[in-house]
Ligand binder design. Structure first.
Ligand code: SF4
Length: 81
């Protein structure tokens, strides 16, 4: 029997990396966050969950794979260039 695929936080839709995606690196799934804010202007006060502790065994049930990146040509066409 084959092993189920491991959940990798870096390829999960709920993971944000510092410094470009978020101020603090971690899991931004609302149920895993330590501090949430509803308003976008308070984003800096959000405290993400500790993804390394939550996904210690690589079997996080909330893992959702990120959509694959589009090629440069597809991105240019979507901008209408
Ligand atoms: S802890 Fe789970 S939900 Fe959070 S980023 Fe990692 S895989 Fe995704």
């Amino acid at each position: 029997m084959s092993e189920p695929p491991k959940a990798d936080c870096r390829t999960c839709r709920h993971f944000r990396a510092a410094p470009y995606e978020a101020k603090q690196e971690g899991c931004y799934l609302p149920s895993n966050m330590k501090a949430k804010q509803k308003n976008a202007f308070l984003d800096e006060q959000k405290i993400p969950g500790d993804h390394e502790a939550i996904n210690r065994n690589g079997d996080c049930p909330d893992f959702v794979a990120r959509a694959p990146k589009l090629s440069l040509l597809k991105r240019l066409f979507s901008l209408g260039a």
